[in-house]
Ligand binder design. Structure first.
Ligand code: GTP
Ligand code: SPV
Ligand code: MN
Length: 594
């Protein structure tokens, strides 16, 4: 038995020699150990308890002020050849990367405990799943990983059967942005993260393993690891169809995954089942269709803007067993964020740990927020009232449609369908969105974000597009690919579409298309709905606004084509010729008004 874990133990010893923790503690997944860690974290100030009547099992955490979102500039793909990381990733040679990080890891855990977290992404023991082990000196990381993954002793059983695992090493070190690195070594199945305490940088099972490393493995093993929500839509007949949706960070995956049917459509009797809100692992099954699992066990969702109106299902989910990060602490031991339900509190302690009141300003006049715009909650998926009964099924769910989208104030209509899989891959490859608070950088700037994977693809994105094309050929019944835009604005900057629950009206059309139940209008960019085919019962939107939402502006599209050309130029010869051809065809169709 012992032998089977030899590789694991040798690696732990090597890391301990480097980081020099005072002690090593194995995470067993028990309630008793979790409570002990919480108590210790209260004592050190890593966590704050919240009111146990109003928010049972909930705690608050604050990150360092310069450590509130993923730092994409400090995130690297470390492959032997630079070409294999591709033009959209930061690259470092593995030897140089290990050397640089080792200097920061050296002695970083002195005076601290190193926790060993064995975890499974996906149901333990499913052939779909992947195992990782994270070493960390952060109790906050341990407590989050216990929610976000299947972590603990049970995982070791499977490691004894198959000793392969992703080696994940994390240390907060000094939480110094100058000494922060998020390194991926796909060729070694290894992740090293140092100098950060923010979720996306340090919960190494999430973006680092389940997207960057997994996307690399997926290409080799012929499956797909995608930044997608997964949801089921049940009709009154009992038929459930599943869709997967890729939207960039903070563009609405969580909201859509647990949508509540709007009043006007209630009498149709739809029911929504949530499978996942962030990551989908998808394979072609023996029936020739694409099947998906959510490898995660929790949600790490954006707090600001979450309320009973925008996401009532999530509001029910986060009433217990939740870790709140960077929100406002109220006097009564509960929490608040901008866009929460109820009145704005008169005072509190904000995400920076400062005494806060509404209207407060920094010296330079900027408003002081109660919660950071990228404040998040970590909450178990099983607490979600709409959680899918197929969550644990080792086959996952069959995907009928893939929807892609971003924040586009202009250009992209509310909804369109691609002509076929290859055209759909082109639509995905040319996705773009305005920057949000989920990543460091200038808000609002439009950036290309293919398949919402720009920050998460663990290899050359040109090869990634080619992989999508290959996957399409492997499927007998590939899902249809759609593009949506909930964020289109009028000339005055007002968002035209009410969004949230009302998005079901668009999903209805998508499913009707998948079931061959509705005709569409063929346009230069794809198939668009006829206005009368969108069920607007109970929603008062003037016809000319709907027209605007579905409008294709030739001038804007010609500009877009230039911008796409500019983006594609980066890929040189790695851009698949099929994708280049799709761009040529689009330009031709737009110019000839087809
Ligand atoms: P990550 O967790 O970062 O991957 O993000 P996500 O894609 O899950 O984003 P989330 O669902 O948390 O959405 C974040 C923001 O999008 C919030 O500010 C929401 O208010 C807004 N949002 C979500 N759905 C809609 C919609 O249909 N319309 C509009 N206008 N805003 C929306
Ligand atoms: C995202 O930014 O896409 C997230 C949050 O889902 S994080 O885990 O920080 O990446
Ligand atoms: Mn995400």
């Amino acid at each position: 038995m012992k032998d089977k874990l030899r590789e694991l133990k040798t690696w732990i010893n090597d890391c301990a020699r480097l980081c020099q923790p005072d002690e090593i503690v194995w995470i067993d997944g028990s309630q008793a150990q979790k409570e002990r860690l919480e108590k210790e974290a209260f004592a050190t100030g890593e966590l704050f308890p919240l009111d146990s009547n109003k928010l049972p099992g909930c705690v608050l955490h604050r990150t360092a002020i310069n450590d509130v979102a993923r730092t994409e500039g400090l995130t690297f793909i470390c492959t032997k050849k630079k070409r294999d990381a591709g033009p959209t990733n930061n690259w470092m040679a593995p030897r140089a990367a290990y050397r640089k990080a080792r200097a920061i890891f050296k002695g970083a855990m002195k005076g601290r405990t190193m926790y060993v977290i064995p975890f499974s992404m996906g149901p333990i023991g499913s052939p779909f799943s992947k195992i990782g082990v994270e070493l960390t000196d952060s109790r906050y990381v341990v407590l989050n990983m216990l929610i976000m993954t299947k972590a603990g002793r049970d995982v070791l059983k499977y490691l004894r059967k198959d000793p392969r695992f992703t080696k994940c090493l994390h240390s907060k070190a000094e939480l110094d942005i100058e000494k922060r690195l998020i390194l991926h070594f796909p060729e070694d199945n290894t992740i090293w993260s140092v100098g950060s305490g923010y979720g996306g940088n340090v919960l190494l099972g999430k973006k680092c393993l389940s997207l960057r490393i997994a996307s690399y493995l997926a290409k080799r093993e012929h499956w797909m690891a995608e930044h997608m929500l997964i949801m089921g839509i049940e009709k009154p007949s009992g038929q459930i169809q599943y869709i997967a949706g890729a939207f960039p960070s903070a563009c609405g995956k969580t909201n859509l995954a647990m949508l509540l049917p709007p009043n006007g459509l209630k009498k149709k009797g739809y029911r929504i089942w949530t499978v996942g809100d962030d990551i989908a692992w998808m394979r072609v099954d023996s029936d020739g269709a694409l099947w998906a699992i959510n490898p995660e066990a929790g949600f790490f969702g954006v707090s600001p803007g979450t309320n009973k109106k925008s996401n009532p299902v999530m509001m029910q989910t986060i009433r217990k067993d939740t870790i709140f990060t960077n929100v406002l602490l109220k006097d009564d031991g509960t929490v608040w964020w901008e866009g929460a339900d109820g009145k704005v509190p008169k005072r509190g302690i904000n995400w920076e740990g400062r005494r806060w009141h509404p209207g407060m300003k920094y010296e330079d006049g900027r408003p002081v927020c109660g919660a950071h715009p990228n404040a998040r909650f970590t909450t178990p998926i099983v607490n979600c009232p709409s959680v899918s009964f197929r969550l644990e099924h080792h086959h996952g769910v069959p995907i009928s449609a893939i929807i892609l989208g971003g924040r586009r104030a202009h250009l992209a209509p509310l909804i369109y369908e691609s002509f076929n899989w290859q055209h759909g891959v082109f639509v995905g490859a040319t996705m773009a969105s305005e920057r949000t608070a989920a990543q460091f950088g200038k808000l609002g700037e439009v950036r290309r974000d293919p398949m919402a994977m720009l920050p998460f693809c663990g290899y050359n994105m040109g090869d990634y597009f080619a992989h999508w094309l290959v996957m399409g050929r492997r499927m007998k019944r590939p899902p249809r690919i759609f593009h949506v835009n909930w964020f289109r604005q009028d000339e005055k900057g007002k968002i035209l579409w009410p969004g949230f629950g009302e998005n079901l009206r668009v999903l209805e059309w998508i499913l009707d298309r998948c079931n061959n139940r509705v005709e569409a209008k063929k346009t230069a960019i794809g198939y668009l709905p006829k206005i009368e085919d969108l069920d607007m019962t109970g929603l008062n939107i003037p016809k000319d606004r709907l027209k605007k939402l579905l409008d294709i502006d030739k001038k804007d599209w010609l500009k877009e084509i230039q911008s796409i050309k500019h983006f594609f130029a980066k890929f040189k010869r790695t851009l698949p010729k099929e994708i280049r051809e799709e761009l040529r065809l689009l330009e031709q169709r737009i110019k000839s008004n087809r």
